[in-house]
Write a protein that binds this ligand. Sequence first.
Ligand SMILES: Nc1ncnc2c1ncn2[C@@H]1O[C@H](COP(=O)(O)OP(=O)(O)OP(=O)(O)O)[C@@H](O)[C@H]1O
Ligand SMILES: CC(C)(CO)[C@@H](O)C(=O)NCCC(=O)O
Ligand SMILES: [Mn+2]
Length: 873
Amino acid sequence: MAGSLQNQRQQLLGIIEEEEQEKLQKQKEETEGNNNNNNNNKSDMAPTAGNSIHRSGSRPQLDVSKAEIQGNVEEKYPTILLPNQSDDLSHLALDIGGSLIKLVYFSRHEDQSWDDKRKRSMKEPLGLSNGNRRSFPILGGRLHFVKFETRKINECLDFIHSKQLHCGGLESHYSDGVTDQNGIIKATGGGAYKYADLFKERLGVSLDKEDEMDCLVAGANFLLKAIRHEAFTHMEGHKEFVQIEPNDLFPYLLVNIGSGVSMIKVDGDGKFERVSGTNVGGGTYWGLGRLLTKCKSFDELLELSQKGDNRTMDMLVGDIYGGLDYSKIGLSASTIASSFGKTISEKKELEEYRPEDISLSLLRMISYNIGQIAYLNALRFRLKRIFFGGFFIRGHAYTMDTISFAVHFWSNGEAQAMFLRHEGFLGALGAFMSYEKHGLDDLMVHQLVERFPMGAPYTGGKIHGPPLGDLNEKISWMEKFLQKGTEITAPVPMTPLAGTTGLGGFEVPLSKGSTLRSDASALNVGVLHLVPTLEVFPLLADPKLYDPNTIDLSDHSELEYWLTILSEHLPDLVDKAVASEGGTDDAKRRGDAFARAFSAHLARENEASLAVLPDLLVELDSMDEESRLLTLIEGVLAANIFDWGSRACVDLYHKGTIIEIYRMSRNKMCRPWRVDDFDDFKERMLGTGDKKMPHHKRALLFVDNSGADIVLGMLPLARELLRRGTEVVLVANSLPALNDVTAMELPDIVAEAAKHCDILRRAAEAGGLLVDAMINTSDSSKENPSSVPLMVVENGCGSPCIDLRQVSSELAAAAKDADLIILEGMGRALHTNLNARFKRDALKLAMVKNQRLAEKLVKGNIYDCICKYEPAS
Ligand SMILES: Nc1ncnc2c1ncn2[C@@H]1O[C@H](COP(=O)(O)OP(=O)(O)OP(=O)(O)O)[C@@H](O)[C@H]1O
Ligand SMILES: CC(C)(CO)[C@@H](O)C(=O)NCCC(=O)O
Ligand SMILES: [Mn+2]
């Protein structure tokens, strides 16, 4: 149930995030040129120092070897040349079919533009330059799925052009100057041949043709192996996901229902045979349907069918048998004996039939026929599983029910029809996979996770950003495209029609529904997030007993309370952000302004905290070991007040400055805390009397908020551990959520803190976080010449609540050698994981910033502190 809390938070933020991305993308496209005006004053940028933690090979990596800064090092944002980074080239693939063009493209990091902006706003006050940090690996990316009608190929060309997908797209700033190979795009489908010249002419690119069947199979195999919740059954209106074991996938029959239909027996990766096909397919339904109903679009035709009654068109067994069943061969009176047969006996003209009925009858005829032929081929080769793809299906309940019925009925339930969520994108995905370095080939099983469907702002029916202008406005193709998709909404299964069930024959399927689903929510157009998660955190004492949630959200009142808190919280954050921008009256632009204001605010928090860090360090260094440890833990608890996820904290922001809040918080730090295991922790760290304790080998610090929390709380604690000889791994979120610091941002913050502290600097260097030696360190403690490393890993999460059953492989690897786990913050240590048991020593630190939670968890009050220490179990 934390899932729903998590999702809710993510959803709320996602809405803003997606909007901001679109906006920033536009700004970026406009300003891209400006960043490239560098001169040739080259400076070497050392290749990445080896990090003692192996980064996951499960996702595209940024190859920074031989990286060098192009242009003047003094320049604020010089372009970095990455001559060996070839992944960037694998960003777009096409499947140009008889009816539709499908595009798949990859953007390396979903927040590329957002992060750039945020980094800029953070670097400016800090005066950081690119030269003394290493380029940090990229955290996953996104696969985008878009389709266009083939007859409107110009729209597709405009879209590719507007996004610059043909020459490196979003990544072009990385590889500026190495664009010579960008003139080639992988393409499949008949149109790769037919339109090759047009692509050359309009975009100056050559289409590298890949075989259509090869691509369909590669796409299907990839989806079925790598994506959870890809395949599902659909019977009588009921949808159920099927988890296919990758070792138990083959053989199967792949039926791709495009304009025409191909049936392919698949025996393995690249092992297949096209065993059949039929020319009665999607093109037939759309073409005949258009002629017979005058519909202007495929969706309109499909939507019409939902209000249809096929009995006015189809000749039923009862029509032939005077209302009787033909039970001897198992046919009920209501079974369709002949599609459209009824129209021969009536003297009616086409205009006298309802277009709704025509559409339904046609849809049923074609779907049933395909299902039946598929079954016969499955029988021919003794295949039990049939996967149906192609855009004819369009996630339409009636179509799927009809196909499933045919397969189920004729095979006596032996064979099973399954559908794929990325139905129409198999070929395009296959073409994408055919790039030599697409970076997805070594993905582990089911590692791709969809965070939320693309167009979170669209699925709610609300479109933010500029109004859709005239059709020539290139930038809004996507918006128009998505808007089109959202005019249609989700299917609703209908109640069964009375009296139509009979003996075995084909009846009217139940799920006619009244409206279609939206393209966006169905991922026909959408984004697949490549989030390298899904490993169990190896230090859980017993993964089977682990439940991340502390509060039971299946308790309705709890659920309601937290959902209300979260949904009321967001406008406040936005208001705060807008206000800190100087207050804009352009209310519509508030959402757009959010991320910029937010980043600026976070940068100010970091800046303010970094400014007081040297004093704090001097103060700490003047203490004896014991008081220092206590002060450090107090510091973590006090700084944990800076939490934008807490309503109370946001209220505090209205009243005071960061330093005022911090001072107030520090002053309240009197022991005993509400949960106070400090003495046990101290004993483990420092021993008692003469008994000295060995230091921990490696500590994992799950960090929480950006600003004072990380700078004045967790980094000084990390420093203490490092000074004692413990390796420190800072574990931060992969994706942004509230004011949580992300793994992407941490190296910058560490680098800045390292300027004031020799211990941090040496450790960061040893951990590969810093490349160049820092100058001007003001820290006096130089007793640690060769340091243990300080590292940063991403946790695979995009929420303050951490489910340790699903962490990044990087974190899992780092955890193997760890013997101390420190979880910090309400989300990580209270809402989730308070009750988690670990195989290693664990310290849970948080300030409770919610009255109800304080009462419920510790019978205490708001701002109470928790210091829970549990030795290895
Ligand atoms: N918006 C749409 N416009 C047109 N057809 C659509 C649309 N949505 C779904 N379809 C259906 O999908 C079919 C096309 O599916 P798909 O894109 O898989 O095939 P294709 O690649 O164009 O055809 P082929 O592989 O035979 O060359 C159309 O014939 C139609 O039945
Ligand atoms: C010709 C293709 C392969 C083009 O995608 C497709 O439309 C198809 O499989 N049509 C059916 C041709 C047949 O086998 O009768
Ligand atoms: Mn096709």
